[in-house]
Write a protein that binds this ligand. Structure first.
Ligand SMILES: [Zn+2]
Length: 98
């Protein structure tokens, strides 16, 4: 339904919340973005165990209205740490809605 072909996005069991913002109904979709990166996004080194998960990072993305209702995506992105260059980077999504 998001027009996403990203297989790294996982939807929570309770993936849809309906809430009211200033008297206007809105949909809130909960999803998680997680995968094992093949390369470091900063130094480009091939991941052979140097890149580890390092917490997560919550982002909110405005989507196209779903069933004529304002819809937002609450996406929890995995954060990675590269031991090689000692930098952190976030998981990237290929959402069509960006
Ligand atoms: Zn690196």
């Amino acid at each position: 339904m998001l027009g996403s072909t990203d297989e790294n996005i996982f939807f929570e069991e309770e993936w849809l919340d309906t809430l009211e913002e200033q008297g206007i109904r809105a949909n809130l979709i909960h999803a998680k973005l997680s995968y094992i990166p093949s390369h470091c996004r900063k130094c480009g080194i091939k991941n052979e165990g140097q890149i580890i998960k390092n917490g997560s990072h919550k982002t909110k993305v405005q989507l196209l209205p779903f069933r004529a209702t304002k819809t937002e995506l609450c996406l929890v992105r995995t954060r990675f740490y590269c031991k090689e260059c000692q930098s952190t980077f976030n998981a990237q999504a290929n959402l069509m809605v960006y």
